[in-house]
Design a protein. Sequence first.
Length: 610
Amino acid sequence: MNCLKSIVPAPEEIDIPALKAKYAAERDKRMPSKVGGNYAAPEDHLVHDTREHDPFTPVVPRDAVDEDIEVAILGAGWTGVLAGFHLTRAGITDFRHIEHAGGFGGTWYWNRYPGIQCDNDAYCYLPLLEEMGTLPSKKFADGKEIYDYIQTIVDKFEFRDKALLHTEITAIQWDESIKRYRIATNRGDTIRAQHVIMCGGTLSTPKFPSMPGLHKFKGKMFHTSRWDFEYTGGEWGNPVLDKLADKRVAILGTGATSIQAVPYLGKYAKQLYVIQRTPSSVDERPNPPTDQEWAASLKPGWQAERQTNFLRAANEIIPPGDKDLICDIWTEINRNLNAELEEDGWPQIDFNEFMQRREVMDFRVMERLRKRVESIVEDPETAEALKPYYRFMCKRPLSNNDYYPTFNRPNVKLIDVSKTAGLEAMTENGFIQDGQEYEIDCMIFASGFEVTSDLKRRWGIEQIEGRDGVSIYDHWADGPLTLNGNMTHHFPNMYFTGYIQGGLNGNTTVQFGEQARHAAWIIAQAHNRGIKAVEPTREGMEAYVKEFREKELDLSMVLNECTPSYFTNDGDKAAKWFLFRGWGPGWDDWQRKIESWRQAGDMPGMRLDA
């Protein structure tokens, strides 16, 4: 692939100080009046009903389970599937997935909305492609294809019949007398698991806005992760939304979900209102089918090489001479930087100068994306409202060929709610904004998922207790405390995944998959050596936390300059759980550190109970 530098404005063509002031003003007017103030509490019946209801698979009655197992995997999305894979590869087969959905897939089970595709390079994102001997059909694979691929992994490694589906965890308590966790569920199960891997996902609980009148509305309402094809028409993978022909529809939110669904809603609905607090940056999306000649040329190890290339190109620095194999919006800034550094003869510059040049390129790329809006959207006022005024990674970078053209349709209207930091109110018949009532038949919430410092709200498990009755919610009240980012003192045999205290990789399936592999390694060591409990010592945990904090890549100062989003805990500057706090020396250094720890043999910093 001939991947060239993109055409961006020259530095002298943009006024960076003025843009910085503009970015700050756009951030400030969107900040919520109080932390979490824009979103409904968990006890709100919309949130509760969404958690309890599965519109895709009927709940089948079953007998309660009373058993001892070696490993309980809590969650059956990508992380849970990869945990099962790595356990199986390590020789551990006595495990169950416990999952509140009706099947495997996680976000790819729940999200079936029209237009759903992978947001980044599927050859990187879909794990185990070499092990499964397959490739996605195109660069940005469709959601249904991804879901189906997950099922092939589940069936090949025989996870399906072990799973407890439509099952929610209500309590997890360590029992020292048997050195196991007692797991209680809403189905009356009593499971005694020696090990527990927490694979609940980062974005798993739908959230709804909190606004006056929300529950007065008499029309149809649903979240995009519970799409109602019976109401809209069409089906998963065939989004012909013909039942909307006489419907006035509003969709609230303009993140990754909305930019994929809006073109279909605009095409089929009688009237569509797109309610936007903060616009996304939306680039073009070339999405060719997989080149069979390229596929035939791939050598063993190609996927790891490509994933490493993505990490460099999207998150770190492309080494001189390396090619950008991904060549899309995710890698544009570093690709352009490399091209200009090469033109300058690879000058010797220090890290600070490199970051200054990268910041300038950030402004140039974002200006290109704003120019793209005005080149497509015909109405100047709408085009201006759709322009993203923030740094590149303040919101998830997106791509879609049909989103902006949809606003040229006469039946589509953008409702900008940035001045009020959210929609003002709903009524029996619709919604109110800027003093005007808009009557609608259906409100669709593309309002995202819970990202909060309230772990009980995030995980949805009432009680998680370790040794001596210590609650994880108390233990981590001021942020995570771990050894190696995956275990913590007081909680033997419990393994955490997600954005905790480890290395960061822009490819979530690589990051979470490595966490699952590490957990499987420890569990296999315990199994093979007759160890009943593995727990970080207080000293081991504290030493790691100290080292992590000294080396931490803390992006909170940069993110605090952003418009509110789930990247910034919706503007909560005091948040203990910013997603992107990671190992400062980088992913590769982190991997070397963890491998060195494994090679030590005796699991330093751990208490081992035989």
